[in-house]
Design a protein around this ligand. Sequence first.
Ligand code: NOJ
Length: 545
Amino acid sequence: MDIKTLFTPLQALHATAYRWWQTGLIYHIYPRSFQDSNGDGVGDLPGITQRLDYLHWLGVDAIWISPVYPSPMADFGYDVSDYNNIHPLFGTLADMDALIAAAHEREIRVILDFVPNHTSDQHPWFLESRASRNNPKRDWYIWRDPTPDGGPPNNWISRFDGQSAWEWDEATGQYYLHSFLAEQPDVNWYNPDLRQAMLDVLRFWFERGVDGFRVDVVYRAMKDRRLRDNPPNPDWQPGMDPSKRLIEQYTKNTAESHQLNRWLRQVADEYEDKLLIGEMNLPLADLTAHYGDNDEFHLPQNTNIPRTEWTAESIRNLANQYDALLDENDWPNWVLGNHDVSRIASRASRAQSRVALMLLLTLRGTPINYYGDEIGMTNVEIPPDRVQDPWEINVPGLGLGRDPERTPMQWSADPNAGFCPPDATPWLPLANDYAQVNVAVQQAQPGSMLLMVKRLIEIRRQSLALQVGSYQSLDTPPGLFAYLRQHEAERRLVVLNFTDRPQRWQPPVALDRLLLSTVMDGEMGRETAVSLRPHEGQLWQLNAT
Ligand code: NOJ
């Protein structure tokens, strides 16, 4: 079916003014952990296809799938050895085609992960590049001579261990640069042939029907051409993440980054209605520069909630600052977490996770939900003999490992949570509480977190104020965060209690009707003041203006 015929009447109403990625909800899938269909303990593409009905039921508009390409898995797929194929662990190209078709039938768009900063050291491009100094692909990567004393060309360090980012290649007598693992050599975007080859990867997938890309660490891909040393970080102390001991002045967010953004965008614009999300772990002021003049990223990804203290005051400041920094054409976006940071239900507490989901689904901008957050999945403690993440292996004991937030999706109380067959061993351990915290239990449990989230998504779909309306925060007592969303005469009020105490607040606007409480106990009614229980969020309809 042609996806353009799939707009619901509401979407059709404002389809000309707003794109699918502005009004919709994006769901982030870590594919190793979503659904295993062949019993090897690792999730795969047919597994995702099997679960599309769940995503459709929930009200998801698009899925972003972390990398599924052939890879030696040194960094679990972020070390790609062939951009135009699928790793056998995840399936085949035919499985991807089937997934795209099945998703589109359900009005769900498909976003893949594109990794432009580095390839695997097993990628044929790199194998050629390291074969000899005069190989035509030598300049596709960043090779440099040693300093006179034989040391690395500059002081840059790897994000994954804080050691030199330069790896010595004995055979050709030069160093190559790797911002992450030595198995992930950085490519040279200043080389026009490399550039062409990378941009053709986007075209390959767009032509197969992919609707967009999340572009991995794109803000690191254009390094300083002169390879100047990074200055020391005066705030760094021993015991902190060793990769933070330098200020990354010359390795990330350089002026040249914007040129790369524009190259990517030009390719996306060769097609109709495609989306580019740029991974930008940057403070707001730097982040918002990556919209360009509507010629860079559609969504420079805002990963600031995970880096902000979970208090009403800090989150309000963040939302207000972001809103103030955005230009008229810049579309906001939000995440509570992802495969690189602690889960929201662990960071903010499980009691707060419903409030967090209400925040995500009612702030102005595109929400991106990390799989399992909708049922309140928490981080899982990983026994030392089951650690997988190279970051934890290289820098143990600092809590940098990312396995805890990557554990299998909890589908049911069946053995292995329905993620893989009972006799298989899931690649990471399951949460101890999966018999209670899972999709099947929560689908049947009135008042569950999952049913609350589903209801909220439904309400959002019906409300232009929530999808595209303006945002304005209100003054409240400490511990509360309240904001108005408005589109024409339609007005909504969101009030979130970040504390474990009951709160009462007289809003400066006339309340009409309580549409949803995160507590979901059916106590919905008409009142003049807002009474909140501990950890409660409320969504109100206001009288039309
Ligand atoms: C960011 C990705 O999200 C992370 O998982 C990966 O390890 C690094 N980029 C390197 O590609």
